[in-house]
Design a binder for this molecule. Structure first.
Ligand SMILES: C[S@@+](CC[C@H](N)C(=O)[O-])C[C@H]1O[C@@H](n2cnc3c(N)ncnc32)[C@H](O)[C@@H]1O
Length: 215
């Protein structure tokens, strides 16, 4: 998988997440799964919290020969602009929505691939509520799960029946707890990638539906 060109200005770097080990680990996980991703014949892919746009653009570049639509969401308007630019600079095209998590997503069973590298750092709860955009890049609150947990129950509702959900977490988030939380939502998950870097133990979890959820 090609690594997209990402250029962030000094001004943007004040609030937009600069691609880091976690971003690259997620790209590595997607690269290792490329065969599977081709097999599920994705039509619409979504990234929650796209930041610079490096991950969704890498996916868009890798799936170019299919007729796939890419959508990215970020709460930070500067990240939205950066994502759009990164996609265009790399001859991909990603539709970008400035939005809080999945607040306005109502279409059911639609997304074939969903990606989320959330703010996962364990912080005080009040830091999650801090309006400063830079806090949104890392502040994960209690257990570092306060932001990511807000989308857990919606994922099975918006993921297609053959779809895959990729989530980046760290050891402090308790990956086993997250796997069991999804099990209760009828989704099976596993650790597909892990890496220890500078005091952080990163994991990429991949989930799929256990059985048809539609009633
Ligand atoms: C760790 S960064 C990941 C950025 C990028 N996906 C990457 O891997 O390099 C987390 C991203 O989530 C976004 N984010 C945090 N809280 C959010 C929310 N409530 N709704 C939408 N995006 C959010 C941040 O603005 C940031 O861009």
């Amino acid at each position: 998988m090609e690594t997209p060109i990402v250029k962030l200005s000094d001004e943007e770097l004040k609030t937009v997440y600069e691609p880091s080990e976690d971003s690259y680990l997620l790209i590595d996980a997607l690269e290792a799964d490329l065969k599977i991703l081709h097999t599920i014949k994705p039509r619409i892919c979504l990234e929650i919290g796209s930041g610079s746009g490096i991950v969704i653009t890498a996916l868009a570049m890798a799936l170019k020969r299919h007729n796939v639509h890419f959508v990215a969401i970020d709460i930070n308007p500067d990240a939205c602009k950066a994502t759009k630019r990164t996609s265009l600079v790399n001859s991909a095209d990603v539709d970008v929505l400035q939005m809080n998590l999945l607040d306005c997503i109502q279409i059911k069973y639609t997304f074939d691939i969903i990606l989320f590298n959330p703010p996962y750092v364990v912080t005080e709860c009040k830091e999650v509520l801090d309006d400063r955009l830079v806090f949104k890049t890392w502040a994960g609150g209690k257990n570092g799960r306060q932001v990511m947990e807000q989308v857990f129950t919606t994922i099975p509702e918006i993921l297609s029946d053959t779809g895959l959900f990729y989530l980046v977490v760290i050891k402090e988030n308790d990956p086993e707890y997250i796997l069991s939380a999804f099990q209760k939502l009828n989704m099976s998950g596993e650790i597909v990638r892990e890496r220890k870097i500078r005091g952080e133990h990163l994991y990429v979890l991949r989930f799929h539906k256990i059985k048809e959820m539609r009633s």
